[in-house]
Design a protein around this ligand. Sequence first.
Ligand SMILES: C[S@@+](CC[C@H](N)C(=O)[O-])C[C@H]1O[C@@H](n2cnc3c(N)ncnc32)[C@H](O)[C@@H]1O
Length: 291
Amino acid sequence: MTSAQKLSVEQHTNQGIQEIYDEAASYYQQLRWFKTRLTRLEYAQTEAALLSQFHFSQEKKGRYLEIGCGPGTWTKVVAAHAAEVIALDISANMIEQARRYVGDDANVTFVHGDAAHYQPVDRLDGFFSFRVIEYIDGWQDTLRRVAAHVPSGGRAVICTKTPISVYRGTGRERWFTTGVKRMLGKLQRRLLRRPEPPADDRFWQRYVSPAALRQVLEEAGFTDFDLAPAIYGLPIFWRGTCQYPLIPQFAEPPFMWAFEQGRKLASRLPMGARRMSLVFSESYVLSATRR
Ligand SMILES: C[S@@+](CC[C@H](N)C(=O)[O-])C[C@H]1O[C@@H](n2cnc3c(N)ncnc32)[C@H](O)[C@@H]1O
């Protein structure tokens, strides 16, 4: 494959993700963060991880870039502590939702664009990105480019999905049955001479390990790394991501309580043990300070 062909494939994949998030923009935030007490717990856990890594002062200060603001969920949280947030997203529909969610008079400037090609214009006091780098082809270059605009003392706070985790699977599918289901489906279509359904090749994601993320930020001049689990527990709820649908709705609260205690405990473990405890996290936050 020539480099010109490769570039067009990469642009296409980011474009596929743009289409998917444009389509999901109207319901994404409600479904992902606010719909049930389970998703509200995941919101609270992610918010706690974000706030633990930012070290905000009482005073609202600093200009922060958010990469992939989506419907503005974390934009709003950071904007409550910062002087200014520049919120970038590849999906115009997501930006529209975010504008509504954070309010027109908020200290937020929205930018519609692909982070893979984004070039900050201003000096930044830091940047953050929640559940986005896994979709950016060329995330390493994006972080390097943005980091070049952060002076000494600035913060980087990145949240992404945990690669080695009990949550790994295929979203809402039960991974332990999908292999069999797929096989049976294929067999049925062969017997009935039906065509294979076209795969939605627009969606893809990668898993970025804390070590890989740390290396990129280290090379970009960051130090004083910290790591915290974000969504933490076990994927065992009937209403949850359904990897292990064991706990019915009425029995959720004690498990939710235990998982939140687990997150708090894991966040305080020595670094080696904390890294290992990430196996019970769906996502993690890595933060660092510019040298
Ligand atoms: C899973 S959503 C997360 C949204 C939000 N950060 C949150 O946690 O609720 C991923 C977001 O990243 C955006 N995104 C994906 N690839 C991007 C890219 N290359 N440049 C900018 N935004 C991108 C999507 O449009 C979407 O809004």
